[in-house]
Design a protein around this ligand. Structure first.
Ligand code: FAD
Length: 308
């Protein structure tokens, strides 16, 4: 397992800003995440220091180059799983590796939208869950399904095998976007993939089946939603972070309620703008730097999380 003092999840303005501060302070830092939204070709006219309009793409490339110049490491992959260790520290799972980090900054932008599955809301807390780490235990030995099409969903399905052998992946009519390696691991684990859209969910006191388009019933007691990429909301649930609505709750130092976990940018809500994200990234980095010096180095090294 790769080990690092600080892992920053999300390479948008907040994450890049945090990486610049952390790397300049000589904290070993890994910046994780794909192409940010703001890197699209739209024009930024309201960011300090650019009297001429600058494209989001150029602003991002400049920021990334700056972070790399100071020694930040970069991994162009999304996190598909995140766990807190029993003795502190975190484990971050990407399609290619596991990363143990002493401290963490979440900077994953705004949470994604909900899938349009009839009955989803009615069964939330009664079988529908957004978090395998939180609710997988309650499904011990029961048939369950994961709703999603990408690496995140595949990883959730594989994690569910800890609790039950009866796991199905529901693509809900979407084209699978998971890596070949994940697809192979699903096959080896005997996880069936159903391509049909989910027409509805049924049950009395709790969820007992999903009905697929065409009328095929699938007996399941749990449905774990993992559509698209893992969002800040998914990570918040997995780590037990307090939330304010759909955003991660933080204090003035960008600290969450979990020691060593900080958050910055759009995922914390408020004014959803680059200037605010960059500012919060800097503050989160300052807090993470202090945490590394106090809690990680004084403890005699990085407190990498135990493998879940
Ligand atoms: C069309 C549009 C126009 C805009 N115009 C402006 C403007 O002119 N001026 C302005 O100030 N703001 C503008 N904004 C808002 C601005 O883009 C955001 O406020 C800003 O990008 C927030 O930065 P962030 O770093 O918090 O999140 P983001 O920029 O959203 O970056 C988050 C990053 O995290 C990554 N991520 C998500 N999940 C994971 C995961 N599981 N693992 C790893 N990485 C992950 C994402 O891929 C992304 O790279 C605009 C937004 C949009 C949509």
């Amino acid at each position: 397992m790769q080990s690092i003092e600080l892992c920053i999840v999300g390479a948008g303005p907040a994450g890049i800003s945090a990486a610049i501060y952390a790397a300049r302070a000589n904290v070993g830092c890994l910046l994780l995440g794909g192409t940010p939204k703001f890197a699209a070709d739209y024009e930024i006219d309201n960011y300090f220091g650019f009297p001429e309009t600058i494209s989001g793409r150029e602003l991002r490339e400049r920021g990334l180059a700056q972070a790399l110049r100071f020694g930040a490491q970069r991994l162009d992959e999304l996190a598909v799983g995140l766990h807190a260790g029993e003795n502190g520290g975190f484990t971050i799972i990407t399609p290619s590796r596991r990363i143990g980090s002493c401290t963490l900054i979440l900077a994953t932008g705004v949470a994604r939208s909900r899938p349009n599955v009839p009955g989803l809301a009615a069964f939330e807390g009664k079988g529908v869950s957004w978090c395998v780490t939180c609710d997988g235990f309650f499904m011990r030995g029961k048939p369950v399904a994961v709703l999603g099409e990408g690496n995140y969903a595949a990883n959730q399905a594989l994690e569910l095998l800890t609790y039950t052998p009866a796991v199905t992946l529901l693509l809900n009519g979407k084209t699978p976007s998971m890596d070949e390696a994940y697809r192979a691991r699903l096959g080896e684990a005997g996880i069936a993939i159903r391509p049909e859209p989910v027409a509805g969910l049924e049950g009395e006191a709790g969820l007992s089946r999903a009905v697929l388009q065409g009328g095929t019933p699938l007996d399941i007691h749990g449905l774990f939603v993992a559509v698209g990429e893992a969002s800040s909301g998914d990570f918040a649930q997995a780590l037990g972070l307090e939330r304010s609505g759909s955003f991660i709750a933080v204090d003035k130092e960008q600290a969450t309620n979990v020691p060593g976990a900080f958050a910055a940018g759009d995922c914390t809500g408020g004014f959803l703008q680059i200037s605010k994200a960059v500012g919060e990234g800097a503050v989160a980095a300052r807090s993470a730097i202090a945490y590394v010096k106090k809690r990680c180095r004084e403890a005699g090294g990085e407190t990498a999380a135990q493998n879940p």
